[in-house]
Design a protein around this ligand. Sequence first.
Ligand SMILES: C[S@@+](CC[C@H](N)C(=O)[O-])C[C@H]1O[C@@H](n2cnc3c(N)ncnc32)[C@H](O)[C@@H]1O
Length: 380
Amino acid sequence: MSDDLFQTAFGEFHLQPLHHHPRSPLQAWNAADDLLLQELANRGYATDTHPRTLLVNDGAGALGIALHNAQPQSWNDSFSAHLALQKNLQRNALPEDCVHFIPAHQSPDAIYDCVLIQLPKTLSLLEHQLTQLRNHVHENTLIIGGGMVKHMAKSMIELFEKIIGPTHTSLAEKKARLVFAQFNPALPATAPAPVHYAIPGSPLQLVNLANVFSRQQLDIGTRFLLEQLPDLKGARSILDLGCGNGALGIYAGWKNPQATLHFTDDSFLAVQSARESLALNRLENPAHFHCGDGLEQFDGKVDAILCNPPFHEGNKVHTEIAARMFRDAARHLNPEGTFYVVANRHLDYLPQLRTRFHHCQLIASNAKFVILGASKPGSG
Ligand SMILES: C[S@@+](CC[C@H](N)C(=O)[O-])C[C@H]1O[C@@H](n2cnc3c(N)ncnc32)[C@H](O)[C@@H]1O
């Protein structure tokens, strides 16, 4: 049996994660997807009766593709997830519009009979999603969450209780578990307020929506890069790669009012945070906002790129994202431009940068972080 064959009660499908290669044998689905679909089948869910179905955080489209006959909607905070869904639809010769994608900074637009939620990594995203969901369900909506036991915190179940209504969980099976919630319209529903915080040493304020990196205060790595940021007076364009709430680009824009700013992130809520942060500070720099996987969807070249790449200790996926960002930065940097990276010092990114840039140097370091500068992009 091929290892990309996803067998479900609703059919068999070939699925791959977005960045599939033999050294990264990540599957495009997990045991929680299996349990969610099995649960629907056991309850007699029939795709041909078109139950209005919303799928939340469907990573690479496994749920959407299995349930495509019901024409589900898929609500997600990841551009890469949208790309993975589109590629997997093509892989299975399914029409692109049989699953309708809704980016997380927009609200779903219907009342649903069935909502399946892959539990997200951050509590703030779950809280945001459950609060919004209250306007899109009725008392008989089937609401089922699913997740791997090791990532399912008690606080997640408590959020379902608090925001949706009475909740219970299934027994664990294949290291995954389901969460069943019954909507109680009488519960008070208050949307979580966006978090605001300052960039120390400046008059600048940032807006952090749900799911955005460094929730309560400026990340110490980001802060170190801002403190050490060289003069960018010659830069006509500055790009904040993996912008989160836009801290790096907004600070650089404040220091360099001549520069056009570009903000890019895989998270729709991050790009929306950057947009709101820029507006809050009334900076007059021309600015462009892009959701994308690295710079794959970005056109053009810029004079400076600032980046605090995603990483998670011991997590191979994240250092691969950083490696792709270095490749993309080299492709989109002007020949005289510079790419600035802040990273935990143990990550040792210099050798990787040297495969993409002819000139790489250590600009600053402290006990925890290094700031690297890379220029003269090569073709490698
Ligand atoms: C360490 S955070 C830095 C955020 C912000 N620049 C800061 O310094 O506060 C890394 C950011 O990269 C984004 N990211 C992760 N994978 C990405 C991808 N494939 N393409 C673009 N951005 C990505 C995350 O959403 C996150 O906002």
